[in-house]
Design a protein around this ligand. Structure first.
Ligand code: F6P
Length: 533
């Protein structure tokens, strides 16, 4: 368990002084001039991922003090407690063992259970992939949050490895505009529905599952066929059985929703890429787990990224971080990270329920490059806020268009460099702007065309987006979130913040029919009346 919260350490006080003296005014351009080996000094290697952290607003002393902070907080002991299966999720009284889901047989707690389900799930995935025998051409995953975002992110990311004859669909939203267009394209005989829900009680998933079931019957499927065309990934085998599902793949309460893609929730991924590739995904994550467990804190990539997050959030006061994967397959990666990071660390009290005197989770957001460049990068370069950017680049593409890939890579490097280098007014003065108004004086125009620079970014580099590399990348982020959450002294594994809205929704749903406004606030009552008018 943790020894101290970050703000109770000696290193925290030292970092406050260090920030005033060497942090807030650090200029990256000068730092690179002072230290010609800065790139090497801030490069970190981990399984499948190389990280260039040199364009961040820190120096060697910052890293040393941050690493000391992690040590003082007892991060290593807390990490080891999680990996051993202690109940580190105290508010739910649960262990946190997603790492056990990707450990080789015999290497982690619950190994027999884990590998039993895994073997069965992968055999089932292979039987579906045998389309001549299964007749399945479409697989629809119905789930939300952690029961959707992981597979919905990983399947397009690994498109190059996917079965060409099976189309994967993801339905999550209770808004009927999600499932309707999906069902329109399907035929019952060719379709497999996966009802993915840890609890098998989530309103959205249960509602969409009921719609899918009715569609299946209305379109000519029989009750007897439900058992063949609907399968479940859940910890609630009893509720799945009541739904009419005969094939279920279970998992356990020690698998958090947002950490569940390695479990039966990964079934759509396994169907898409097959059992060997799915095992490679697990192996990549396991390699990162070993790195997290064994590398010294100073060389530990997830730990260093978590420390950098704390440095930016609590010392610089940056409120968000932008993620820019220069790989179209990773288009859902920012959305996946939003749940991973913001549901884990968007908390305001510590383990003891005491209000925190400092900020926690930043807003995580982003889009794939180069699309983001033509949307919000303007703000990143010239806006009034500093937003650290995380570029994810891939050395070798899985397509044959070398020219396109070179352009994607050049854009990625250019954006990271431009954020740091900026452009002075003096340089802007020398440039021509042929369409500028003739009445605008040169100095004014130059100020519009000036970039402050000194804006931080990191580059994470993969050799290729293979299943193994994706597994390692996701695990890297999981452990980074663990690190920042632990240092902030919070429980990263509960999510009470989603409960209030669920309870109010249950109260409001019958009122949409009855119109009863009793006890509602005036705004909600007014909106309810308008909706019924
Ligand atoms: O949004 C809250 C949440 O509990 C997530 O943590 C979880 O991933 C999601 O709902 C879905 O839950 P379930 O898998 O039980 O349907």
């Amino acid at each position: 368990m943790l020894t101290k919260r970050c703000d109770q350490t000696v290193a925290w006080t030292a970092l406050q002084g260090h920030y005033q003296a060497h942090g807030r005014d650090l200029d990256l351009r000068e730092a690179f001039q002072r230290d010609p080996k800065r790139f090497e000094h801030f490069a970190l290697g981990a399984p499948e991922v190389f990280a260039d952290l040199s364009k961040n607003l820190w120096d060697v002393a910052t890293r040393r003090l941050l690493t000391e902070l992690a040590r003082e907080c007892g991060l290593e002991a807390h990490r080891d407690a999680m990996l051993r299966g202690e109940a580190v999720n105290t508010t739910e009284g649960r262990a946190v063992l997603h790492t056990a889901l990707r450990a080789p047989r015999g290497a982690a707690p619950f190994s027999d259970d884990v590998h039993g389900v895994l073997d069965r799930m992968l055999a089932f995935a292979e039987s579906v992939r045998d389309t001549a025998a299964s007749g399945i051409r479409h697989v629809v995953n119905i789930g939300i949050g952690g029961s959707d975002l992981g597979p919905a992110m990983a399947v397009p990311a690994l498109d190059a490895f996917a079965h060409p004859g099976i189309t994967l669909h993801f339905v999550s939203n209770v808004d009927g505009h999600d499932i309707t267009p999906v069902l329109r394209r399907l035929k019952p005989a060719e379709t497999l529905f996966i009802i993915a829900s840890k609890t098998f009680t989530t309103q959205e998933t249960m509602a969409n599952a009921a719609v899918a079931r009715q569609w299946f019957l209305d379109a000519g499927g029989s009750d007897a066929d439900i058992g063949k065309h609907f399968v479940g990934a859940t910890t609630n085998l009893e509720a799945a059985g009541k739904f009419g599902i005969r094939t279920t793949f279970g998992f356990w309460d020690w698998v958090g929703g947002r950490y569940s893609l390695w479990s039966a929730i990964g079934l759509p991924i396994a169907i898409a890429i097959g059992s060997d590739h799915f095992r490679a995904l697990l192996a990549g994550a396991h390699a990162m787990d070993r790195h997290f467990a064994e590398a010294p804190l100073a060389d530990n990539l997830p730990v260093q990224l978590g420390l950098l997050d704390l440095w930016y959030r609590n010392f610089f006061g940056f409120t968000s971080r932008s993620v820019a994967p220069y790989h179209q397959g990773l288009r859902r990666f920012p959305a996946y990270l939003q749940q991973l990071e913001m549901e884990s660390n968007g908390k305001q009290v510590d383990f003891d329920g005491q209000p925190l005197p400092y900020a926690t989770s930043p807003v995580v957001w982003g889009e794939p490059g180069t699309n983001g460049q033509h949307a919000y990068f303007q703000m990143l370069h010239q806006g009034t806020d500093t937003v650290p950017v995380e570029f994810i680049a891939v050395k070798h593409p899985t397509h044959a268009h070398a020219d396109l890939h070179a352009k994607a890579l050049a854009n990625c490097l250019a954006q990271s460099a431009a954020l740091m280098l900026g452009k002075t007014s003096a340089a802007a003065l020398t440039e021509k702007a042929p369409t500028a108004s003739a009445t605008l004086d040169k100095q004014t125009l130059a100020r519009h065309r000036t970039f402050p620079g000194n804006r931080p970014s990191s580059v994470l580099l993969l050799e290729q987006l293979t299943p193994r590399a994706l597994g390692a990348l996701i695990a890297l982020y999981e452990h980074r979130v663990f690190t920042s959450g632990a240092l902030w002294g919070i429980n990263s594994f509960d999510q009470w913040g989603v409960e209030l809205g669920k309870a109010l929704c249950n109260d409001l749903l019958p009122r949409l029919a009855s119109g009863d406004p009793a006890g509602l606030d005036a705004s909600t009552a007014g909106l309810l009346a308008r909706l019924r008018a």
